[in-house]
Design a protein around this ligand. Structure first.
Ligand code: NAG
Ligand code: NAG
Ligand code: NAG
Ligand code: NAG
Ligand code: NAG
Length: 194
């Protein structure tokens, strides 16, 4: 079923994958761990980046959940995979939004955003630590996309970003390099159930 992720019709694949993650954890906060004591232990709060679009700002605290599938076999390399969900509360509606990474083609620093709809980025929790797993596609080896073992990546940073507003947010560095954004500091992200 995972191979659906790599289908050329990405939008369709994302829909398929989202539909598979029918189970939901309880609410948790996301907390940043850092060697920088100023930000170590600070939680991440949902913050307004656009109409019904939320980023993950340093400071504040919001309840998040992992949508996962109880029928997937848990891969010991990556833990429990799924999508991060945030419930947007409107005047007379609640809407669960998935997290996806938002990219500028000219930057290697991507910003996680919760946007209503089906587009989502698969994440994983190994224990309580948040990762983004590589699920098969590996272009560091030739031929690319040879069935590769799943592997977790931790490329979380806290950076000054602009995905609608100028904030200090959680960010993800695309690829193994260092962030081109000089404000970025490396962090780990853990969940703490509420
Ligand atoms: C997962 O979701 C299925 C389908 O809705 C449900 O039957 C099952 O009880 C859920 N399992 C857990 C662990 O929540
Ligand atoms: C960061 O916080 C964690 C948990 O609160 C603590 O275990 C760790 O020692 C702290 N690290 C530093 C460098 O202060
Ligand atoms: C620690 O974090 C604060 C707040 O983001 C920042 O101003 C400071 O430069 C950081 N210190 C180091 C050593 O990175
Ligand atoms: C939205 O969720 C909140 C908190 O769980 C709840 O109090 C409220 O009744 C919900 N609103 C709707 C329209 O379902
Ligand atoms: C997460 O799962 C719950 C329970 O199945 C569902 O109501 C919600 O819409 C899902 N959220 C997303 C973003 O897929």
């Amino acid at each position: 079923m995972r191979s659906a992720v790599f289908a050329p019709l990405l939008a369709l694949a994302a829909t398929t994958v989202t539909a598979q993650y029918l189970n939901q954890t309880a609410d948790f906060n996301l907390v940043v761990l850092s060697s920088n004591e100023t930000i170590n232990g600070t939680s991440l709060g949902a913050c307004h980046e656009g109409a019904a679009i939320e980023g993950l700002c340093l400071g504040g605290a919001s309840p998040f959940r992992l949508n996962y599938s109880s029928t997937f076999e848990v891969d010991p390399n990556i833990g429990v995979e799924g999508i991060l969900a945030f419930e947007l509360q409107g005047g007379n509606f609640n809407l669960s939004s998935p997290m996806s990474l938002s990219y500028y083609p000219t930057s290697n620093v991507a910003v996680p955003l919760f946007t209503p709809g089906y587009d989502s980025t698969t994440v994983s929790f190994l224990g309580d630590e948040l990762y983004i797993p590589r699920l098969g596609y590996d272009d560091t080896q030739i031929p690319v996309n040879a069935p590769a073992e799943s592997e977790n990546f931790n490329r979380w940073y806290v950076c000054q970003t602009y995905a609608g507003y100028l904030y200090t947010t959680l960010a993800w560095v695309v690829g193994p390099g260092t962030p081109q954004n000089p404000s970025c500091q490396k962090v780990d992200v853990v969940r703490v159930f509420i």
